[in-house]
Design a protein around this ligand. Structure first.
Ligand code: FAD
Length: 347
């Protein structure tokens, strides 16, 4: 059994924080839990100090079990790791995952369910919410109490405080950039939570929906992950071609940075859409964000305005990006990037 202690007696009122138990839906890759999922654990911890946190991992094969032992030691607040091992869960498709979470929730009676606001979380969590007949609270950036959350609205131009007054479980997606965690290596050992196998005997009967896994393609790169990088170098439409975009890539390489792009650059085919930053792309908050030939449209700002330092290079002195930039340089990127490449020391 994987029931968290006392979760079934969760109720509204002053005793709330004593009965918080959270299920974190975790993503894993190459035998490690993704940093964004560890941020979801950090968010769960912010709900209540006394939160009993279970991390759910699913998949099949050896990498799942490697990820499970990584999960068991990746954050000191994890009470247990639940592992669902099935061929039907080999790929992170929303339908089987939603059925799985539904099953685990029926067994565990968690007060909260949290996932990172990644493509995976945004895909799975609303389905689970529909199955459980509750409304999820999405894109949470601050947790003020077990049922009090802050989330951006109007593309990040206003913050809205939401009091969740629905039935249990309270379901959240969180922006991992708002719950930063120290980088975790696969061999980190801060705690070892017990690992429990989820009993899938009833799950096997479940109809698994209409989606089919076709393939997974991602760029082979040694650059840091865009969502968690300390430095991001972004190029916009002004780069004009995929060939010219290599200037951005070279600069990123020199700085040990991740590469980002505007939607205009993605739509023009300069780079794949996994590099898109913005309202309909990735949300980033690095220590340094460098934008080259980016106008600063509101939908782009929604994805990067929380960066610590913003540097913008644009040949139009009135470009809106300069309103959010800490350092702005009016000039031609085709002159400025080569100059930077020349002056920056080799890595
Ligand atoms: P442009 O707006 O065309 O700007 C190019 C800039 O480059 C200009 O400011 C120009 O002065 C400058 N420039 C030109 N040549 C040079 C040069 N040689 N040197 C230096 N500067 C130069 N956009 C996103 O980025 N992310 C999103 O997630 C996103 N989601 C969207 C969702 C919706 C529903 C909608 C409607 C739009 C969305 N957009 C998004 C698109 C957004 O509105 C803008 O169209 C887009 O961000 C513009 O990209 P850009 O800055 O590269 O291009």
């Amino acid at each position: 059994s994987f029931s968290p202690s006392s979760s079934s007696s969760f109720s509204h009122g002053t005793a709330i924080s004593r009965f918080v138990s959270t299920l974190v839906l975790a993503e894993h890759e190459g035998g490690s839990v993704k940093t964004s999922s560890v941020s979801a654990v950090a968010a769960a911890k912010a709900i209540s100090e006394e939160n009993s946190i279970s991390v759910l991992l699913a998949g099949s094969g050896p990498s799942l079990h490697e990820a499970a032992s990584h999960a068991a030691s990746c954050h000191p607040s994890i009470s247990q790791v639940l592992v669902a091992d099935s061929d039907k869960l080999a790929y992170p498709l929303a339908e089987p995952w939603a059925e799985l979470v539904h099953l685990v929730q029926q067994e565990g009676g968690y007060s909260h369910i949290i996932a990172a606001s990644s493509s995976f979380g945004k895909n799975v969590l609303p389905r689970v919410a529909a199955l459980l007949d509750v409304s999820p609270v999405t894109d949470v950036i601050e947790i003020s109490g077990p049922q009090l959350f802050v989330r951006p609205i109007y593309a990040g131009n206003a913050l809205c405080t939401v009091r969740y007054a629905g039935a249990n479980p309270c379901m959240l997606t969180i922006r991992s950039t708002s719950f930063p965690v120290a980088p975790i290596s696969a061999d980190s050992k801060c705690n070892t939570a017990p690992v429990t196998q989820v009993d899938l005997s009833t799950f096997i009967e479940v109809t698994l929906g209409k989606s089919r896994y076709l393939n997974h393609s991602s760029q082979e790169t040694e650059r840091p992950d865009l969502g968690n990088a300390r430095v991001v170098v972004t190029g916009g439409r002004a780069l004009k071609s995929a060939e010219n975009f290599k200037l951005i890539e070279k600069l990123a390489e020199k700085l040990g940075a991740a590469v980002g792009a505007t939607r205009a650059a993605v739509d023009a085919g300069f780079v794949p859409n996994e590099l898109q930053v913005g309202q309909t792309g990735k949300i980033v908050a690095p220590e340094l964000y460098m934008a080259f030939g980016v106008s600063g449209a509101i939908q782009h700002l929604a994805g990067m305005r929380d960066s610590k330092f913003i540097v913008a290079v644009n040949k139009d002195a009135d470009a809106p990006i300069f309103q959010v930039a800490d350092y702005g340089l009016v000039g031609d990127l085709f002159e400025i990037i080569p100059e930077l490449l020349e002056k920056l020391p080799e890595k």
